[in-house]
Ligand binder design. Structure first.
Ligand SMILES: Nc1ncnc2c1ncn2[C@@H]1O[C@H](COP(=O)(O)OP(=O)(O)OP(=O)(O)O)[C@@H](O)[C@H]1O
Ligand SMILES: [Mg+2]
Length: 510
């Protein structure tokens, strides 16, 4: 709670000492650890409320749906009421209240759909999502480069699928300029996409994609608590952790440098953080380490939540200044080792043994060490985390639904938009190429037909001419015959007739 003295009051010791987080040091990150059921989520809720009261927006992934109660007025549990009375919290300004919440959900069911452009994710995180090895990731990088050079925007899954298909089909054409594109690697990426599609993750890629400013809102004096419903997303640990890492990277890229501020601009809670680091390639661990280190000066505080500090790589652990350790159980030698390591990560307090205390802590009790005003870790204290002012446990589904649909952002993000991008551009390009080919084919057939017709015409002409000649010849023959006949038959005959006639007359005259 943010108390009447404007202190971020987080926990109280058995001798009524208040443990407060220094707002200026809240961007030096933090870690909340502990075994199952020891109070991690409630601690997160108390911290988130405190930041919200300070006017600092919060982003938190809700692994089990139980953080959603922060949107409802608290006091629903006797354990809370008893603590409020015994710690005399009302005197310090404790007030059962609800907090402004924005629900988000990759699947668009228990929150506003949260989307990213494939382009935006970058090959390292995408390679992890698609389960690619180094060679396959290198091919994916080439595919992105080709798409960029061609002006094909890869926004959604369909765009990536089409680009892969096209680059695969025309691999030879690209090899000289971009390097080897093996069919096996293209196949592996395509298989990765099918698997993600099967898990329903495809809808995460598209537009309208998340505008980071929408996570940094205030409602009156309070910072909005953005809750990512992660129950379903958790079934794919790689997808879940890569998604949160993408968000962190995006925050880092978009936000300006602000140096040290009086309080953070945003606090980011990364629940089930071990999922990010199990099987993580070296490049990814380096990226996390670098992002966490540099995001501090952009005013963002990152708080990881996990079972033990051993879940985190040392390079990241070393940067998490504000620590809350709930109880750990040491059943196996491995547990004992983790417990010892957890104890050693605190600055000791001569009043008690850290190691013994960790195994004795009750629910909601923790070992706490926040940074002092100079940024140095304070001595560890054994303390009770204050109960939240909002409801412990999940919100009613109908109430959540009403809040989602009533949100101003709902109208903007609810429906996906599919504008012209790689898929449409490649489809048009290949259709045009096809019709060009068809046109050439048609021209060729028409030319052949024309040639054939010309040949036939000439042949006909030749035949006609020959017939004409034959006719002329025949006519001439006939003429000749007729002339011959006239000369040899008709003329003598005529003469004979004339003579005969003349002869008769003469005789008569005589
Ligand atoms: N500070 C607290 N004040 C009041 N009650 C608390 C507090 N911390 C924990 N509790 C009680 O203990 C229960 C379990 O706590 P919580 O859900 O935070 O555990 P967790 O460590 O997150 O468990 P898991 O690992 O299963 O997520 C809560 O539902 C609540 O009833
Ligand atoms: Mg929990």
């Amino acid at each position: 709670m943010y108390d009447i003295d404007k202190q971020a009051y987080i926990a109280t010791t058995s001798d009524n000492q208040s443990i407060c987080l220094i707002p200026k040091m809240a961007n030096r990150h933090g870690l909340i650890t502990g075994a199952t059921g020891t109070g991690k989520t409630v601690t997160l809720q108390t911290l988130a409320e405190t930041f919200s009261q300070m006017g600092v927006p919060v982003f938190a992934a809700d692994a089990k749906g139980d953080l959603s109660g922060v949107a409802c007025v608290g006091g629903n549990k006797n354990s809370v009421k008893e603590r409020v009375a015994s710690y005399k919290l009302e005197e310090r300004g404790f007030d059962y209240q609800k907090f402004p919440v924005q629900f988000w959900d990759v699947f668009g069911v228990d929150g506003i759909p949260i989307r990213a452009q494939v382009n935006d994710m970058g090959p390292l995180l995408l390679g992890r999502l698609l389960n690619l090895n180094d060679t396959q990731s290198a091919v994916l990088t080439i595919v992105f480069k080709i798409a960029k050079d061609k002006g094909w925007e890869i926004i959604d899954f369909k765009d990536l699928q089409k680009t892969l298909e096209d680059v695969g089909n025309n691999a030879k054409e690209y090899t000289t300029n971009y390097g080897n594109i093996s069919a096996a690697s293209i196949g592996a990426i395509q298989r990765g996409l099918i698997a993600l599609d099967h898990d329903g993750i495809a809808q995460f890629f598209g537009e309208p994609d998340l505008n980071i400013d929408d996570l940094m809102q205030t409602d009156g004096d309070k910072g909005v608590i953005n809750i990512l419903h992660a129950e379903k997303l958790m079934h794919s640990p790689k997808v879940y952790s890569t998604f949160l890492m993408w968000l962190l990277t995006k925050l880092f890229e978009v936000l300006p440098e602000v140096g040290d501020m009086d309080k953070p601009k945003l606090v980011f809670f990364f629940d089930e953080a071990h999922m990010l680091f199990s099987d993580a390639p070296k490049a990814l661990v380096e990226k996390v380490e670098q992002t966490v280190r540099l995001i501090r000066s952009k005013g963002v505080g990152v708080y990881f939540i996990s079972q033990t500090p051993s879940d985190m790589p040392d390079s990241v652990l070393g940067q998490l200044g504000n620590r809350i350790q709930h109880a750990l159980r040491a059943y196996t030698p491995k547990d004992q080792k983790a417990l010892k390591a957890a104890a050693q990560s605190f600055r000791t307090n001569p009043k008690f043994s850290t190691e013994t205390a960790i195994s004795e802590l009750s629910t909601g009790e923790a070992l706490v060490s926040f940074l002092d005003a100079k940024g140095a870790p304070q001595e560890v204290e054994r303390a009770f985390i204050l109960p939240p002012q909002s409801q412990i446990g999940p919100i009613e589904a109908s109430e959540r639904d009403q809040m989602i649909k009533g949100s101003l952002l709902y109208r903007f993000y609810a429906e996906a938009i599919d504008r012209e991008s790689a898929y449409e551009k490649i489809t048009t390009l290949r259709e045009n190429t096809l019709s060009e080919k068809e046109e050439k084919e048609l021209e060729k057939t028409q030319a052949a037909q024309k040639k054939e017709e010309e040949k036939r015409r000439k042949e006909q002409e030749r035949i006609d001419k020959a017939e004409e000649k034959a006719k002329e010849k025949a006519a001439k023959e006939r003429q000749k015959m007729f002339t011959g006949l006239a000369k040899n038959v008709f003329v003598p005959l005529a003469k004979t007739v004339v003579n005969a006639l003349v002869g008769t007359k003469g005789k008569k005259r005589k």
